[in-house]
Design a binder for this molecule. Structure first.
Ligand SMILES: [Zn+2]
Length: 447
C-alpha cells in the first residue's frame, strides 16, 4: 500500500488560532540526539514499519465496512492518576503508571498470537525539512514495550471482557507533553494484537505527562540603569503557572538628585509588563531528505517568539522624593490562558521553550527649586527603562497529589544572599510617546 496516499491525513491536529509571532529559521547541525529522539529510540526501519501500521489503521478496510469483523475489541482502563513529574528532570524520581488492557471477544473464540504494547513518544514539527513528508514531520520512539504473552492465547466470548494488567515506572527525566508553535511532544500507549487468522487489531491511548517544579524562595533581582543612579529591585516567585496571577514587587531607588539647592527627580508615569514565550526546535531530515540539509544528522533550526500576556499600568505605586527617593509598588501579572501557554521544556531532541518577563518603566524628569521644594516643573525629558527576567513556567504541584505550595523549599532553591547587582539586561532610551505631558500640570507632588 503506498503510504503517501494517507500521509497527509496522519498529521497531528494543528491549533486553529495561531498567534502571530516572530519567527526565524536557519540551517544548522542538529544535535545527535535529535535524530534518535529520546535515546531509547527505535531505528528508522522500525519507524517505517510503525508508520505502515498506522496507514493500515485508517486504510480502506476501515473506510468501507469490513466483511470480516475484528475478532476482539481492545480497550483500556488506567488505574494510576495522570503522570505528574515532581521536580526538575535531573531530580525527579519518576511516576508509576498502571492500568489494564481490556480484551473483549467479538466471536465465540478469538485466538491472539501476540499482544504487544508500546509506550511511544511522538515528536512532530510543523516546519518539516520537506513539506508533506511524514518521515521528516514525525518521529516515533518506543520508550518501553510490553509483550503480554508468548504463546497464542484464546479468549472465549462466554468469559466476557478479560483484562491484562500492566505497570511501568515512567522515568522522571522525560520531557512533559508539549504542544508548541513549532514542535510537539506527545505520548501514547499503542497496542497491536495479532490474531491467529492474520488480522491485526490496534488500539491507542493518549497519555499526558506533566511536570511541576516545586516553589522555592522568592527571587530578588536588582537592575541598574547606567549612567543614572536608578536601581530597580524586583521580587518574583520562583515558579509561575500557565493559569493564575502572580505578584511582582518593584522598588526603584535613586530617583532624586540634589543639584545645589535644587532637585532633579524622576517620576514614574507608566509601567508596562509583558511575558514572552520563546521556542526553538531543530527539525531533523529523514534519510530520504538528508541531502536537503547537507547530509545525515543535520537539521534546520527554527525559532519562534510570541507574547503570552501583557498590561500597562499608570498608577498603583507610591513615590517618596525624600533623600535619594524611591518608588514602590506591587502588582499582579498573569499569562493569558487563551494563548495556550506551554510550560518550560528542554527536551533532548532539541525542543526548548522558555519564558521571559519584560518590564518597561516610563519615567519623566522634574525640577524643583530650593525655594519651593514642593512644586516641581517637568523638564520635558522622559526615558524608557527596559529590563527582563527569566520566568520558570511549570504546572502546579498538588493536582491529585499530596504536594502543595507549603512544601518547604529544597536546599538548591535557597538563593545566595545578598542578591547580586546586574548591570546587564537593562536598557534606557528616550521616551518618544506624547501621552505623558498632557496631564502633567495635574501632578500631585509629595512634599
Ligand atoms: Zn523526508
Amino acid at each position: 500500500m503506498p503510504s503517501k496516499i494517507f500521509g497527509v491525513d496522519l498529521r497531528l491536529p494543528q491549533p486553529q488560532n495561531e498567534r502571530p509571532g516572530k519567527t526565524t529559521s536557519s540551517a544548522t547541525n542538529s544535535p545527535a540526539s535529535s535524530r534518535r529522539g529520546l535515546k531509547l529510540g527505535s531505528s528508522d526501519k522500525k519507524n517505517k514499519e510503525r508508520s505502515l501500521s498506522k496507514d493500515r489503521k485508517i486504510g480502506p478496510s476501515q473506510l468501507s465496512p469490513s466483511i470480516q469483523p475484528k475478532s476482539v475489541k481492545l480497550g483500556m482502563y488506567m488505574e494510576s492518576p495522570p503522570t505528574l513529574f515532581i521536580g526538575a528532570p535531573s531530580q525527579s524520581s519518576g511516576v508509576l503508571m498502571s492500568g489494564r488492557l481490556q480484551v473483549t471477544p467479538n466471536v465465540p473464540e478469538a485466538t491472539l498470537n501476540s499482544v504487544t504494547m508500546y509506550l511511544e513518544c511522538t515528536t512532530t514539527t510543523k516546519r518539516p525539512v520537506s513539506d508533506r513528508c511524514r518521515e521528516c514531520q514525525t518521529q516515533i520512539n518506543d520508550l518501553y514495550e510490553w509483550h503480554f504473552f508468548t504463546q497464542p492465547k484464546t479468549f472465549k466470548a462466554q468469559n466476557g471482557m478479560q483484562e491484562l494488567p500492566f505497570s511501568h515506572l515512567i522515568p522522571g527525566h522525560l520531557p512533559a507533553t508539549t504542544h508548541g508553535q513549532i514542535g510537539s511532544l506527545d505520548y501514547s500507549l499503542h497496542v497491536k494484537a495479532k490474531a491467529a487468522d492474520g488480522q491485526e487489531i490496534e488500539f491507542r491511548r493518549e497519555l499526558k505527562f506533566q511536570r511541576a517544579l516545586l516553589p522555592g524562595n522568592e527571587k530578588n533581582s536588582v537592575r541598574i540603569f547606567p549612567p543614572t543612579t536608578l536601581a530597580l529591585h524586583v521580587t518574583l516567585p520562583s515558579v509561575i503557572h500557565p493559569i493564575g496571577e502572580f505578584p511582582i514587587q518593584c522598588r526603584m531607588t535613586g530617583i532624586t538628585t540634589q543639584k545645589g539647592n535644587d532637585t532633579a527627580r524622576w517620576r514614574l508615569r507608566k509601567l508596562l509588563w509583558r511575558i514572552e514565550e520563546f521556542e526553538s526546535m531543530v527539525s531533523p531530515a529523514c534519510s530520504k531528505h538528508a541531502s536537503k540539509v547537507g547530509g545525515e544528522g543535520k537539521g534546520i533550526s527554527h525559532e519562534n517568539t510570541r507574547e503570552v500576556g501583557m498590561d500597562e499600568l499608570k498608577q498603583g505605586w507610591k513615590t517618596d522624593f525624600d533623600g535619594e527617593g524611591s518608588i514602590e509598588g506591587e502588582f499582579n501579572a498573569a499569562i493569558d490562558a487563551s494563548a495556550k501557554p506551554q510550560c518550560d521544556v528542554n527536551a533532548q531532541n532539541g525542543l526548548r521553550i522558555s519564558h521571559t518577563l519584560i518590564i518597561e518603566l516610563v519615567i519623566a524628569e522634574e525640577w524643583a527649586t530650593g525655594k519651593k521644594p514642593g512644586a516641581a516643573t517637568p523638564t520635558g525629558a522622559a526615558r524608557v527603562l527596559r529590563t527582563q527576567f527569566n520566568l520558570n513556567v511549570t504546572e502546579r504541584a498538588g493536582m491529585g497529589l499530596s504536594w502543595d505550595d507549603e512544601q518547604p523549599p529544597m536546599y538548591e532553591d535557597v538563593p545566595v544572599s545578598p542578591p547580586h547587582y546586574q548591570g546587564e539586561h537593562t536598557t534606557m532610551t528616550d521616551y518618544e510617546g506624547d501621552d505623558l505631558h498632557e496631564d502633567v500640570e495635574h501632578l500631585v507632588l509629595t512634599p
